[in-house]
Design a protein around this ligand. Structure first.
Ligand SMILES: [Fe+2]
Ligand SMILES: [Fe+2]
Length: 163
């Protein structure tokens, strides 16, 4: 693979992720407020703090590459967060709303997992081993956040009203 075009792709992916993380960090406080279950709130708060760290790591990697974040919006995460906000607006039964929030947030995590996984591979191809290590750390945190959300979704108990 040619170095320069791959480097350009790598930078574009990092800038896209930077926008994604900014949007997530901005949106999460509203989602945390809307969630009902205490453990869900805690999991989302923990991931909010991690997401701030993800922004900082991306800044560091871009700086190492003598690049800066650009103004481009990550459309993928924009749409996925819009769906999370829809779950908030829909309201309704507390446990069902939490289940909807979890499903919508997991879509965001899966987007990030795919993007960070590719970015790490590009960093390895480009011999940017420090960047690859930073991206691995973030990727691990994204995967752990996804597992926590899966565990929380399995805790939901269904009660049937007597006819
Ligand atoms: Fe993240
Ligand atoms: Fe995330």
């Amino acid at each position: 693979m040619n170095y320069e075009p791959l480097r350009e792709l790598f930078i574009a992916e990092l800038q896209d992720l930077y926008s994604a993380e900014q949007q997530i960090t901005h949106c999460l406080p509203r989602i945390i407020k809307a969630a009902h279950d205490t453990r869900l709130k805690q999991a989302l708060q923990q991931h909010h703090d991690e997401s701030a760290l993800h922004v900082a790591r991306l800044s560091k990697i871009l700086k190492r590459m003598n690049e800066t974040p650009n103004e481009k919006t990550c459309d993928g995460v924009h749409v996925l967060l819009h769906e999370v906000e829809e779950r908030v607006r829909d309201g309704g039964d507390a446990e069902v709303m939490d289940a909807g929030l979890i499903a919508a947030m997991q879509r965001v995590e899966h987007y990030e997992i795919a993007a960070y996984s590719s970015a790490r591979t590009y960093a390895e191809h480009l011999d940017e081993s420090d960047s690859a290590r930073f991206l691995s750390e973030t990727l691990d945190e994204e995967m752990r956040a996804d597992v926590r959300l899966s565990q929380l979704s399995r805790r939901v108990r269904v009660t049937r009203r007597a006819a």
